[in-house]
Design a protein around this ligand. Structure first.
Ligand code: ME8
Length: 651
């Protein structure tokens, strides 16, 4: 059995979870699901880091006792993850009794082996980071993370003699090119290790701090928060005893952001070496989510809450966008607008339309029943081979945490399927011969492609993947238990279920307005007064907007019959329609996104404004305007309820 053990940092409970924490935890969830799909025995750990100065200060600010405070914030972290469909196997807290026992066990072990010394130390201490800094690490004499001047402190403390493991660590990193990924962070650590390492101060006197794990060999000190926190990865799998530890530890992989590279890539392997435990298998380091070029962080107060994103975009769209927008390892800028554009283009348009298109056609042409494919033609074989060869690429990219590339290769396939449909034109095959065997094959290829897409998107979008499996009448639990990436597994003769649109299109401006209103509301203490002003505004607006009947009578509305429809050669969003109302004329309409196959419009009756001044739209003259309704689900044509003579006036 292959094992996979993935961890996130345990987050400080000095503030609520934000998008940065959500991203790391999401990455771990996606990898966990991916490895589970690959048949591995997986374990996914997250949790909260609850000791130290920072936490005491945060509790004091709230006028609470540390324990009461950490319970409250830890709960917020625990409750945040299900909202994003993130499913850890265990949630650890450093205040858990078994963790305290493990930390004391490790401390005793290191102490007994002679790797801990008691010394007086004078150095520059940053209270924000809870650690001493070397002069060379500071930027203009200030902490690189907090921008504050560290305080000179002189005190007696216990030190972990980390420097003695420096050569071993350099050797380990050089021999294991995958140990720290992406490579830029490996290089960063190696370059840091060119200078001699300092020993690590691992205690804090109880005169200064009591909220910590007491040193088992000196009750006047508590453990330095980093020495305490890192050990959580061992506690969770039952170190030092038991099978769980033996089988899981060799498979452990940590996900972190670059802010905590040093404790993970330097302190941690040395600590493990001191107790005779192997270093983690891999450490995956990502960049920062930024807002306007600044790191998103609780201290800067520029955070986005995961819940707000889920409320606005939905779970799977949020998961998709976060993984698609950040190249793992590099910083990324967060923007609600960019996310909206992505949701509309990739999810509502490419994927959502494809799913409803295929299922609608199956209903229209084969009453929703999966047909028996006939011989495959070369165009089919090409698509099938794309579906199959995507697997190797997908496995590699997911394995190396290249989520944005993995997703982009799945979307390349989605676009190939859309193109395939446009080329084989099932509607034309049906028109020619409604029992056509070729149409059976084409429909089968489309459905199987959909099944492959559902498999590949599963780790990132589990809910959507399961919805597609449900629609295809398949057992969704098999996504995790069986290898389904073989062609022609969809049972012939089975019934496919209708499906609601997966991703409604989002309005760019409205969303921003909502968001702005929300921020305004949060800020404003005078909520009620503001609400009243708003509704007064609305009432005024309504009065101003009423029109006289004579104005309406100037608009000539007609029933028009579409006699031809094609894509506009110069604009993705436009269609060129030929309509009869009753004269034949061209109307250019902005409805291309709703009708990727424009020929489906032929024969439909619509309502048009027929007396508009002609305008040239991207080089084509348009004589009139189509009336449509637009909502979350997309564009809806307007028409008469029973067929009318083309050109009939609407009054
Ligand atoms: O460092 N972009 O906890 P922490 C991306 N308790 N990720 C971000 C981020 C951002 N703007 N901001 C935070 C601690 N993160 C220690 C860890 S582990 C033994 C102890 C994420 O609450 C990212 O994963 O400050 C980063 O490494 C982590 O939150 C820091 O969380």
């Amino acid at each position: 059995m292959k094992y996979f053990y993935i961890t996130t940092p345990i987050y400080y409970v000095n503030a609520e979870p934000h998008l940065g924490h959500a991203y790391t935890t999401l990455v771990a969830d996606v990898e966990n699901r991916f490895h589970k799909m690959c048949g591995e025995d997986t374990f996914f750990l997250t949790g909260t880091d609850e000791h130290g100065d920072k936490i005491v200060q945060a509790a004091q600010k709230e006028g609470m006792e540390p324990k009461e405070y950490v319970d409250r914030i830890s709960k917020m972290f625990q409750e945040a993850w299900p909202l994003l469909n993130i499913k850890p196997d265990h949630f650890i807290r450093t205040t858990d009794p078994e963790h305290i026992r493990t930390v004391q066990y490790v401390l005793n072990k290191v102490y007994e082996s002679g790797d801990i010394a008691f010394r007086e130390y004078e150095g520059l201490y940053c209270f924000g980071c809870e650690r001493f800094y070397m002069e060379r690490e500071l930027i203009d004499g200030k902490c690189p993370d907090h921008g504050t001047e560290p305080v000179r402190l002189k005190e007696k403390n216990y030190f972990f003699l980390m420097s003695k493991y420096q050569d071993w660590l350099i050797d380990h990193i050089k021999k294991n090119p995958d140990f720290i990924t992406p490579e830029r962070y490996r290089n960063e650590v190696l370059s840091f290790l060119k200078e001699p390492l300092d020993d690590l101060c691992i205690s804090r006197p109880t005169s200064r701090l009591t909220w910590g794990i007491p040193l088992p060999f000196d009750e006047n000190f508590v453990t330095y928060v980093w020495f305490d926190a890192l050990i959580n990865y061992l506690t969770a799998v039952g170190y030092p005893d038991g099978d769980e530890f033996k089988k899981r530890w060799p498979a452990v992989e940590h996900v972190i952001a670059k802010d905590i590279l040093k404790p993970h890539a330097i302190y941690w392997p040395c600590m493990l070496k001191a107790i005779g435990v192997d270093p983690p298998r891999r450490i995956h380091v990502h960049g920062y989510w930024q807002i306007k070029d600044q790191k998103m962080s609780k201290s800067l107060g520029n955070v986005i809450k995961p819940k707000d994103l889920v409320d606005t975009f939905g779970v799977d769209a949020t998961r998709y966008c976060l993984l698609r927008e950040m190249a793992f390892g590099l910083d990324a800028s967060f923007s609600q607008k960019a996310m909206t554009i992505r949701v509309n283009a990739d999810l509502a348009n490419d994927l959502g339309n494809l799913v409803s298109r295929i299922i609608t056609m199956l209903y229209k042409y084969r009453k929703g029943v999966v047909p028996q494919p006939d011989d495959y033609e070369s165009i089919d074989r090409e698509l099938i081979s794309s579906a199959l060869s995507l697997k190797g690429q997908w496995l590699n990219l997911m394995e190396e945490f290249s989520f944005h590339r993995a997703l982009s290769s799945i979307w390349e396939f989605i676009n190939k399927v859309n193109k395939y449909i446009d080329t084989v034109a099932p509607w034309a095959l049906f028109k020619e011969d409604k029992d056509s065997l070729r149409l059976n094959t084409v429909l089968y290829v489309m459905l199987e492609s959909l099944r492959f897409i559902a498999i590949y998107i599963y780790p990132v979008m589990p809910e959507t993947s399961e919805k597609i499996f449900d629609a295809l009448g398949l057992n969704k639990s098999e996504i995790l238990t069986k290898n389904l990436t073989y062609w022609q597994l969809l049972p012939v003769g089975s019934k496919v279920n209708k499906i609601k649109p997966l991703f409604p299109r989002m309005e760019l401006e409205d969303k921003n307005k909502d968001k702005k209103n929300k921020i305004e509301k949060d800020k404003s203490k005078k909520k009620e007064g503001k609400k009243m002003e708003d509704s007064a505004d609305k009432a005024d607006k309504k009065d101003n907007e009423l029109i006289d009947i004579s104005l309406f009578q100037k608009v000539d509305l007609r029933v028009a019959q579409i006699i031809d429809a094609e894509k506009h050669p110069n604009a993705d969003k436009l269609l060129k329609l030929k309509v009869k109302c009753p004269d034949e004329r061209t109307i250019v309409a902005g409805i291309a996104e709703a009708f990727p196959n424009p020929k489906e419009l032929i024969g439909k009756q619509v309502i048009v404004v027929s007396n508009l001044k002609p305008v040239k739209l991207r080089g084509i003259m348009s004589y009139g305007m189509l009336l449509v309704a637009k909502d979350k689900e997309g564009i809806h044509l307007t028409s008469v309820l029973t067929p009318a003579e083309p050109g009939t006036k609407i009054s």
